[in-house]
Design a protein around this ligand. Sequence first.
Ligand code: SAH
Ligand code: DHB
Ligand code: MG
Length: 221
Amino acid sequence: MDIDRSALVDDYLAGLFVGDDPALDHALAASVGAGLPPIAVSAVQGKFLYILAQSCGARRVLEVGTLGGYSAIWFGRAVGEQGTVLSLEIDPAHAAVARKNVASAGLASIVTIEVGPALQTLDRFIAAHVEPFDMIFIDADKRNNPNYLTRGLELSHPGTIVVVDNVVRAGEVVDASGRDPDVAGTRRCLEMMATDPRLQATALQTVGAKGYDGFALARVR
Ligand code: SAH
Ligand code: DHB
Ligand code: MG
């Protein structure tokens, strides 16, 4: 496989399916300018999540891991004027950049960023019996993916779509030694998705601007 070509192909596909998008382009430039790591989903992945959110009629989206708000902007657009995106971020500096980017995209009234360790925020949501979410995107510290999945399911309803990002990590996922806690967390999360009777699930490998990776997809029965 010519993996070098996959970045070129991603550029080609992004040109076709996303094109110049001032709000998204600004969000990425501002994130880089603020020193955030370049680990947002790619443009075509963002569009994919946007179409997925619209396909399940999502009005409420939960995101774990905001970074500079790039994927949150896609979700904010998908849920529409009456929708809500709650995005959880541990780093106040990331959250500050994301809030600015979300506001520049005209989505300040739709996307809310909750600062703090996501596990604590999720437990607070569960205790407060917040309305369930229609779509959940898990994309933060991978060692906690099993915990995010468990909490996410408590905040779901039949039909909720769950996407977990970065489940392949250049193939590291097949390392069963358990030495890397992020790989172990990802593996445990995938096993839970595969075996939980409440879920229908699968996972896909991807290549592109973000290298060789993949995501897992589940639907709550
Ligand atoms: N979803 C974003 C990328 C998120 S990168 C996008 O595609 O645009 C992962 C983010 O998760 C980082 O900003 C990191 O600070 C945050 N994070 C890491 N550990 C966390 C935790 N315990 N709780 C909440 N956020 C966390
Ligand atoms: C990393 C995290 C991500 O969410 C991602 O999409 C890519 C890389 C990381 O922690 O390295
Ligand atoms: Mg990710």
